[in-house]
Design a protein. Structure first.
Length: 736
């Protein structure tokens, strides 16, 4: 499992806290029972947990050890009643890792209330992997007014080991160990439980006219959600307000009756007060609110006027459903229930899914202008598709297609996808494949002992699977593999091409110039040393390639390596920076300063605006600070479709150097801090939450980091075990 987000647990847990000054056992030191874990700590997931006699300070720490090849997760967790008030909650703690791969390790902070997760972070976006000594980490979230429970935890996903110690939880900077408990008043939206078990709408009969009416309703429902003061204050459960009006709305047969009904419905939420603080859209805004539909959908003059009034007198300030992450600016979607009790939601909830997702993208996705499909048509496309979904699988397939339309590699169906995973199959090939020169090529074996059994050699080209050509399979299945661009889609498809619900697949392949067929035995993932993108390495992250060329891989770089890299490679003619991976440590500034002598701008951002949904404005460019002892040689940066998100950002930073050259091919085209989205049925996805641009305004989303010198691996090179990108980098350095 490459990605893990919120995992919803049904648990009954109680604990008796000691009466000393330390209310909560967040340092793992207290153990007064026969339970194998320290007092108050409990287990989520399946991995092995223990008290380890190697604390960051003190005697003990909490340790998680992965079960080999399980590809699941483990978490050591602690519950604290949320009997406090404040605006910001922060978890700090120490963590160390060993051989973390195919996942990540991190602190976890989750705030629950009203039977749902209100705020959540597990540091997945930081992709902490490899082996790292004790270091302090931090998570900060808004503290919801209707919080009921606080969960702090350490989490390990994938393989390896992780230790955790000395957690400190603060609210508005004050330690919960010393905070006094208060009685909290619940917000009206949180008290409305009328439709917790279903919308009461089991089916919707849809024709073209009904689709148009529902499209209009979806737009108005979203406009109200993000603009109307009563909704923004949390005075209404906006999901359930849809279900209250929908049965009557579905009976309307004329535009006149429809508009009259909508006007009355909007007016129900009170007279709008004139907004004195609402500013006009910035004339220099990169993206501006798109409310043209109010005038183009054939609405009555009175309804148009009412909708314009909602926008002109929109809510300002703290919002029940949305905020922008502090210091970053990506959207944080609040109070969005996952409704995990209904994995196959009824027709009303399926419609709600379409409305929710469409409006989140419409108002808060920074790259809407880069989609191939017009997002304005998405409601009309997906209202019928979701309505016709007959079961959980069809619901998940519809969701992954809608998510795919925004063309963001960060956006996929990361959770709530159990039927989709079953559909793809639970049996995996013993060979790792990639698309090379447009063909599906064997590039590695997961287990060397299976090499002879497969009968496939490195460089073998697979042409058919179960009688279908590779081209036809790609065409058939690519709608279910969201990505920013086609090379990245093929990257993700390649690892599933030989995946199946059966234990064997029949393949046709070309090897040694001959076309052959065979039945290929498949295996459960636990039987394989499986990896998704690249095999992890314990080797030192830097080395010399001869006396004149240095090499640095960011896959396992640590902050403490930076000084050694600078010292040992400073006299070389050139350094190759390999970012065909996900950096194990954030190094754009730590290492980037080595490559520039003066402060050099390398990036600027666009950020959304809660006070004017749909508006995105540029920030000032961010610079790499210069160094008086900067590197004088050439810098060659290697990238390919495995270079994603932080890897792309790092490549941008290093490219700012005057002697830098980027070599390789199209990257994943998904940069920027991610924002998490939950949808009915327990669906979980993400979006790139801020726009990432070069200082001159050039795009990075979808196009990726465009190389200065394009080099693609060849089938012949794969057969010979060559790294053709690295060879080109060395050639560029040595040719003078």
């Amino acid at each position: 499992m490459k990605y893990v987000f919120l995992i919803v647990f049904s648990l009954l847990y109680s604990t008796v806290f000691s009466q000393d000054s330390t209310k909560f056992n967040l340092d793992f030191e207290k153990k007064t029972t026969d339970d194998p874990l320290p007092d108050g700590w409990f287990q989520w997931g399946e991995y092995d947990l223990e008290i380890a006699p190697e604390g960051q300070s003190g005697k003990y720490s909490g340790k998680i050890t992965a079960i080999k090849n399980d590809m699941n997760f483990g978490s050591i967790a602690y519950r604290i009643p949320a009997k406090y008030t404040g605006s910001t909650i922060r978890l700090e703690g120490f963590m160390k890792t060993k051989n973390v791969a195919d996942g990540f390790a991190g602190l976890l902070l989750r705030i629950d209330g009203n039977g749902e997760s209100l705020a959540f972070d597990n540091m997945q976006g930081q992709q902490i992997q490899g082996t790292k000594d004790w270091a302090k980490y931090r998570i900060e979230l808004p503290f919801p007014k209707d919080a009921e429970q606080i969960y702090v935890a350490g989490i390990l996903v994938g393989q390896g080991e992780a230790w955790f110690d000395n957690f400190v939880l603060t609210i508005d900077g004050k330690d919960v160990q010393t905070l006094e408990e208060v009685e909290k008043k619940l917000i009206p939206a949180a008290l409305d439980r009328a439709f917790d078990k279903g919308s009461g709408i089991e089916s919707i009969t849809i024709n073209e006219g009904q689709t148009s009416n529902l499209e209009l309703l979806g737009r108005i429902w979203g406009l109200m959600k993000y603009h109307h003061p009563e909704v923004a204050e949390g005075n209404y459960n906006w999901d359930y307000e849809l279900f209250r009006m929908l049965p009557d709305y579905l009976t309307l047969t004329s535009n006149h009756a429809r508009d009259k009904y909508l006007l009355k419905w909007i007016s129900k939420y009170g007279k709008l007060k004139a907004c004195k603080d609402c500013k006009k859209t910035d004339a220099e805004a990169f993206l501006k609110p798109n409310l043209a539909w109010i005038k183009t959908m054939g609405l009555s003059a009175s309804l148009q006027k009412k909708l314009e009034q909602v926008y002109e007198n929109r809510h300002q300030g703290d919002h029940y459903h949305i905020r922008m992450a502090e210091g970053v600016g990506n959207p944080v979607f609040l109070h969005e229930k996952a409704y995990t009790n209904m994995p196959y939601p009824d027709a009303g909830f399926r419609l709600l899914t379409v409305f929710k997702y469409w409006n989140m993208i419409h108002y808060y996705f920074p790259y809407k202008h880069l989609m191939d499909k017009d997002w304005n048509t998405a409601l009309k496309t997906y209202i019928p598709k979701f309505n016709l979904a007959k079961n959980e699988l069809e619901y998940e397939l519809a969701a992954v297609q809608m998510i795919g339309d925004i063309q963001d590699t960060h956006a996929n169906l990361w959770g709530g996808n159990n039927e989709l995973m079953k559909w793809k199959g639970s049996f995996y090939s013993p060979v790792h494949t990639r698309f090379i020169e447009g063909k599906l090529v064997v590039v590695d074996y997961y287990n060397n002992e299976l090499k002879e059994i497969t009968g496939l050699e490195i460089g073998a080209v697979i042409t058919k699977i179960n009688g279908k050509t590779i081209e036809s399979i790609v065409k058939e299945k690519q709608p279910y593999y969201p990505a920013s661009n086609q090379p990245t889609r093929l990257r993700d498809m390649s690892r599933d091409m030989l995946r199946s619900t059966e234990e064997q697949v029949e393949i046709e392949y070309v090897q040694d110039g001959k076309t052959q067929t065979k039945k290929l035995q498949l295996y459960g993932v636990k039987a394989l040393d499986y990896y998704s993108w690249y095999r992890e390495s314990d080797e030192k992250c830097y080395k010399l390639l001869g006396e004149d060329v240095g090499y640095v891989s960011l896959a396992n770089i640590q902050a403490e390596d930076i000084l050694s890299i600078k010292d040992e490679l400073k006299k070389t003619d050139g350094i190759v920076i390999d970012i065909r991976n996900y950096p194990s440590t954030f190094v754009p500034f730590l290492l980037g300063t080595f490559f520039v002598s003066t402060g050099t701008p390398f990036v600027k951002f666009t950020k959304g605006n809660v006070n004017n949904p749909g508006e995105f404005t540029y920030t000032s460019p961010l610079s790499i600070p210069g160094s008086t002892s900067s590197y004088k040689g050439k810098v060659v940066i290697l990238v390919n479709e495995l270079s994603q998100s932080q890897a792309e950002y790092t490549a941008m930073a290093f490219r700012a150097g005057p002697n830098a050259t980027v070599v390789g091919s199209t990257t994943a085209g998904a940069d920027g801090n991610v924002s998490r989205i939950v949808l009915p049925g327990g669906l979980e996805t993400m979006i790139s939450g801020i726009g990432i641009y070069y200082p001159n305004g050039d795009e990075t989303q979808r196009v990726g980091i465009v190389p200065d010198v394009e080099v693609l691996p060849t089938i012949e090179g794969i057969k010979q075990g060559k790294d053709e990108l690295l060879e080109k980098a060395i050639e560029l350095i040595r040719k003078g």
